[in-house]
Design a protein around this ligand. Structure first.
Ligand code: HQG
Length: 181
């Protein structure tokens, strides 16, 4: 059993397409744990012990259970329109965004857009941003890191949210607030 592959499938279901296993999530992104296990178990190995292990060992802490573990949701990264009750927060002076060379021209003209997700994803350190930017592979080129002037954005009224797993999120970042490293 490959937990990483199962975790990827879990994030696909909870963030993007619960219908793929015939389940729904509520307006706050919660899925019923029993339905989820049964849905995944149709095509893969899944039970409560495996699910608990994925949630507790996930290196980015992508998932949360509710208190009695009858519900589960992804902490961030959704493309489906759910409100995971992200708290608004004051970001550090600088945040970072990792992308690939192929997107640079468009980003520097338009700023950062949320694309298919609900928010633009930002990290507190350039190392994490580099890893994020390295996911695009040969097709889009080498990783590129942008500094985001989050303090200036705040002063100008832009709102930031902090997910429970430490990812900073905002609706968009106009080009004037980004500097290529
Ligand atoms: C780019 C993973 C052209 C943007 C990661 C990015 C992250 C533009 C891509 C999380 C653009 C969207 C999110 C513009 C933005 N023109 N391209 N105007 N504005 N882009 O995957 O931030 O492992 O939706 O730079 O680690 O790469 O799944 O967002 O390259 O934390 O938990 O459009 O997903 O986390 O790609 O990644 P994505 P992302 P997980």
């Amino acid at each position: 059993m490959n937990l990483t592959k199962l975790s990827r499938f879990l994030s696909f279901i909870l963030r993007h397409d619960p219908g793929a296993i015939g389940i729904t999530v509520d307006e706050h992104g919660w899925a019923d744990v029993q339905e989820l296990i049964e849905g995944i178990a149709k095509t893969r190995y899944m039970d409560m012990a495996v699910l608990e292990e994925i949630v507790s060992t996930d290196e980015k802490q992508r998932y949360s259970f509710n208190e009695d573990k009858t519900l589960i949701r992804a902490n961030q990264g959704h493309s489906i329109p759910v409100d995971v009750e992200l708290p608004e927060a004051k970001p550090p002076v600088i945040l970072y965004h990792g992308t690939a060379e192929g997107f640079v021209e468009s980003i520097e003209a338009q700023g950062l857009k949320r694309q298919s997700r609900l928010y633009v994803h930002l990290s507190v350190d350039p190392q994490t941003a580099k890893i994020v930017g390295s996911r695009h592979g040969k097709k889009h080129g080498k990783p590129v890191i942008y500094e985001i002037h989050a303090d200036e954005m705040c002063k100008d009224g832009y709102v930031f949210y902090l997910s429970v797993n430490g990812v900073w999120l905002t609706k968009s970042v106009p080009a004037q607030y980004i500097t290529r490293l």
